[in-house]
Design a binder for this molecule. Structure first.
Ligand code: ADP
Ligand code: MG
Length: 279
């Protein structure tokens, strides 16, 4: 369980508050999407959870223990992926490096790295160096590195920002699959409202800086998701609209979470919703 209470942060100590009294608790194994206006403090929140910055106020605990420094069983996919890979290590060695902390042998580390690279569609890039790859490929390498580590807590900061649409869908499905099989807790920051609903068990919406939790919506979609079918479900369409409204600063309406009002999947309605943009 990750427990955040009254989290407050100002860079430099006396700068403007970026986070102001933010409360959030995340049970083990949940996949939480975090959305909010640009500059509202999403990356700052992840940095506090990762123990990379010491917040000016509030309390963060992981399994009851205060977070003072980087937790052991954590992996992070940073927004600025290009600076998170070591240019002097091959792609495979970049992915394999953190596995030393897992006490794995050299051959086990290499095998795990190759497997993770294959899962992100980079099976033939292992011997290359990060600077020989495109931005989108480097981003996939940093995702492979995080997944290979099999952390119990995975923080992802706009992880699919620079990949093409098809790869993005494949990576969303990969994260869902890994989440299901490994049962890790995942916090995924995204600016893509559709993505927040598609991957999340829950969508947390932050308000404009200084950030707090503006709304917290359960996602009542079936746990096995499909890029075409799930996105066509009436619950999906409603929830996406609600998250969009809330991100733009709309007021919370008590009891109006669409997930709570989920109806059985009406194929006609779903097809109607999907067909609209084409007309
Ligand atoms: N290292 C830093 N030093 C000073 N201010 C920062 C730093 N990082 C972020 N900020 C400021 O904190 C605010 C929130 O930034 P950030 O957490 O990156 O937002 P988001 O990820 O939601 O776009 C912004 O106003 C940003 O300019
Ligand atoms: Mg950010």
């Amino acid at each position: 369980m990750l427990q955040i209470t009254g989290l407050t942060h100002s860079y430099g100590g006396d700068g403007p508050k970026v986070l102001d009294g933010l409360d959030l608790s995340v049970p083990d194994g949940q996949l939480v999407s975090i959305v909010g206006p640009s500059g509202c403090g999403k990356s700052t929140l992840l940095r506090c959870i990762a123990g990379l910055i010491q917040p000016t106020g509030g309390r963060l605990t992981l399994d009851g223990k205060p977070i003072n420094g980087v937790p052991d069983d954590l992996a992070v996919v940073f927004q600025d992926y290009s600076r998170s890979l070591f240019p002097w290590l091959s792609v495979r060695d970049n992915v394999a490096l953190p596995l030393r902390r897992r006490g794995k042998s050299r051959s086990e580390r290499r095998a795990a790295a190759e497997q993770a690279l294959e899962s992100v569609g980079l099976h033939d890039a292992g011997r290359k160096y990060p600077w020989q790859l495109s931005g989108g490929m480097q981003q996939r390498v940093s995702i492979a590195r995080a997944l290979a580590y099999r952390p119990s807590l995975l923080l992802m900061d706009e992880p699919f920002g620079s990949v093409d649409a098809q790869t993005r869908e494949d990576l969303e499905d990969l994260v869902l699959q890994v989440h299901r099989t490994e049962k890790m807790t995942i916090l995924l920051v995204t600016h893509d409202i559709d993505e927040s609903v598609y991957v999340g068990d829950r969508v947390v919406i932050l308000n404009r800086s200084p950030a707090r939790v503006h709304a917290d919506l359960p996602v009542g979609l079936p746990s096995v998701r499909d890029q075409i079918d799930t996105r066509g479900l009436p619950e999906f369409v409603k929830l996406r609209a609600e998250v969009g409204r809330l991100v733009r600063g709309g007021a919370r309406v008590p009891g109006a979470a669409p997930a709570a009002a989920a109806q059985p999947a009406g194929v006609a309605e779903a097809e109607g919703a999907a067909a609209k943009p084409g007309h």
